[in-house]
Design a protein around this ligand. Structure first.
Ligand SMILES: [Zn+2]
Ligand SMILES: [Zn+2]
Length: 389
C-alpha cells in the first residue's frame, strides 16, 4: 500500500510554518477523534494517518529527511529512537502527542516527547469541553426542504488572553511536580501473583502533565471564558421531532486548551395549521360540499411546496383518499420522498333556509340520493393501512 503525501494529509505546503502545521493537525485530530466517531474505521484510519504525518512534519529533522527522501527517509529505521514503528502510530502514542498539540501556551514542557519517550498507559490526557444542548424549532416546510439556521449560543469559549492555556505567560507553565509531566501516577500493590503496577490519571494536573504557576487574569487559569458564538447549523431535509443532531467540536471549549465538546441539536417540529405529518407522508383533510362531491370540480389544496390543483371526480365519496405523489417529506439522507394524502370529507349543511329545505325535499325521494354502498368497498382502516404500511 503506498502512503499518502504527509503534506497532502494535513493540507499544508512545504513552506507552511510550524504553527500552521500544528493548527492543521489540531483540526483533523478533532474531526476524526475516536470519541466522536465511535466504531468508524475510516475515521480511525484518518486519525492515525494525520497523527503520523504530524509526527514527522512537526519535527524539523524528520521533516528535512522527508523533504529529501520522502517516506523512505522517515521509515522504521529512522524512527528507531522512539516508540514509533515504521507502520504508523498506535492510539497511545497519538493521545500522548495531544499533550503537546492541545496543551496550548507555547512553553509546553513536552516538546521533548518527540525525542522518543514512551508513554505509559493512562498517560497524558486532554480535557474535553462539555457538550452543549440547544433546541431548534422548525416548520414543516423547513423540515421538507432542509434549513440553515444561524443561532447565537452562550457557551464557554477559549480565553483570548492566554489562548486557552490558562497561564499568564510562557514562563507560568511548569512540569507537574506530582507526576513529573507524565500525566499519570503509578501505584504498586502486593497481590497473590506478586507486585502489580497500576497507573491512573494524575490528580494534580488531571493528566495534562503540566501545572500553571501564574494564572491568566482573564480566565483565572481555566483557559475558557463565558462568551457568545453564532453557529450556522445545516439541518438536512427529513428530520423529525425529537431527533438529535450533533456537531462535533461546536460545544463548550475544553479547559486549558483541551478539545471542545459537541453541540447537540434537539429538533422540535412546529405543528402546521392544516397539514399533518404521518411519518414521511403528509395528510390533508379536504372538506367538500355534497354538491361539489356530486358534480365534481377542480379543487386547490395546500402542500408543503405551495398550492396544488387536484381533480375531484363527479360522484366522489366521503372518506376517499387521494394521493399527491412525492409531495411529502424526504427521507433523511435519501432521495426517497413521501406523498401527500388527501382525505375527502363531505360536508353536510347544518342549517338550511326554507328555500334550500324545499329544494332538498324534492331530491329526497330521488333514487340517486339513496345510499348505495358497494359490498366490496374498503373500510377506512383498510384504506389507511394501504397507505401507511
Ligand atoms: Zn501531574
Ligand atoms: Zn486566560
Amino acid at each position: 500500500m503506498s502512503k499518502r503525501d504527509y503534506y497532502d494529509i494535513l493540507g499544508v505546503s512545504k513552506s507552511s510554518s510550524a504553527d500552521e502545521i500544528k493548527k492543521a493537525y489540531r483540526k483533523l485530530a478533532i474531526k476524526y477523534h475516536p470519541d466522536k466517531n465511535p466504531n468508524d474505521k475510516s475515521a480511525e484510519d484518518k486519525f492515525k494517518e494525520a497523527a503520523e504525518a504530524y509526527e514527522v512534519l512537526s519535527n524539523p529533522e524528520k521533516k528535512q529527511r522527508y523533504d529529501h527522501y520522502g517516506h523512505a527517509g522517515v521509515g522504521s529505521s529512522a524512527a528507531s529512537g522512539g516508540g514509533y514503528g515504521g507502520g504508523g502510530m498506535n492510539m497511545e502514542d497519538i493521545f500522548s502527542q495531544f499533550g503537546d498539540i492541545f496543551g496550548g501556551g507555547g512553553g509546553s514542557p513536552f516538546e521533548s516527547f518527540f525525542g522518543g519517550q514512551q508513554q505509559s498507559r493512562g498517560g497524558r490526557r486532554v480535557a474535553k469541553g462539555s457538550n452543549l444542548r440547544i433546541k431548534v424549532k422548525l416548520t414543516l416546510e423547513e423540515i421538507a426542504n432542509g434549513a440553515e439556521k444561524k443561532i447565537k449560543v452562550n457557551k464557554q469559549v477559549t480565553c483570548k488572553t492566554c489562548e486557552g492555556s490558562g497561564a499568564k505567560d510562557r514562563n507560568s507553565v511548569s512540569t507537574c511536580s506530582t507526576c513529573g509531566g507524565s500525566g499519570a501516577v503509578r501505584r504498586v500493590t502486593n497481590t497473590i501473583l506478586g507486585q502489580m503496577q497500576t497507573s491512573s490519571t494524575c490528580p494534580t494536573c488531571n493528566g495534562s502533565g503540566s501545572q500553571i504557576t501564574n494564572k491568566c487574569n482573564s480566565c483565572h487559569g481555566e483557559g475558557t471564558v463565558r462568551g457568545e458564538e453564532t453557529i450556522s447549523i445545516n439541518i438536512p431535509a427529513g428530520v423529525s421531532d425529537g431527533m438529535q443532531l450533533s456537531m462535533s467540536g461546536k460545544g463548550n471549549a475544553g479547559p486549558n486548551g483541551g478539545i471542545p465538546g459537541d453541540l447537540i441539536i434537539l429538533i422540535e417540529e412546529i405543528p402546521h395549521e392544516t397539514l399533518k405529518r404521518e411519518g414521511n407522508n403528509i395528510v390533508y383533510d379536504l372538506h367538500l360540499s355534497i354538491i361539489d362531491a356530486a358534480l365534481g370540480l377542480s379543487a386547490e389544496v395546500p402542500t408543503i411546496d405551495g398550492k396544488a390543483k387536484i381533480k375531484i371526480e363527479p360522484g366522489t365519496q366521503s372518506g376517499k383518499l387521494l394521493r399527491l405523489k412525492g409531495k411529502g417529506i424526504p427521507e433523511i439522507n435519501s432521495y426517497q420522498r413521501g406523498d401527500e394524502i388527501i382525505h375527502v370529507n363531505i360536508w353536510t349543511p347544518k342549517a338550511l333556509s326554507s328555500e334550500e329545505r324545499e329544494l332538498l325535499e324534492k331530491l329526497r325521494s330521488s333514487p340517486n340520493f339513496k345510499p348505495q354502498p358497494g359490498k366490496n368497498d374498503k373500510s377506512f382502516f383498510e384504506k389507511m393501512k394501504e397507505y401507511f404500511e
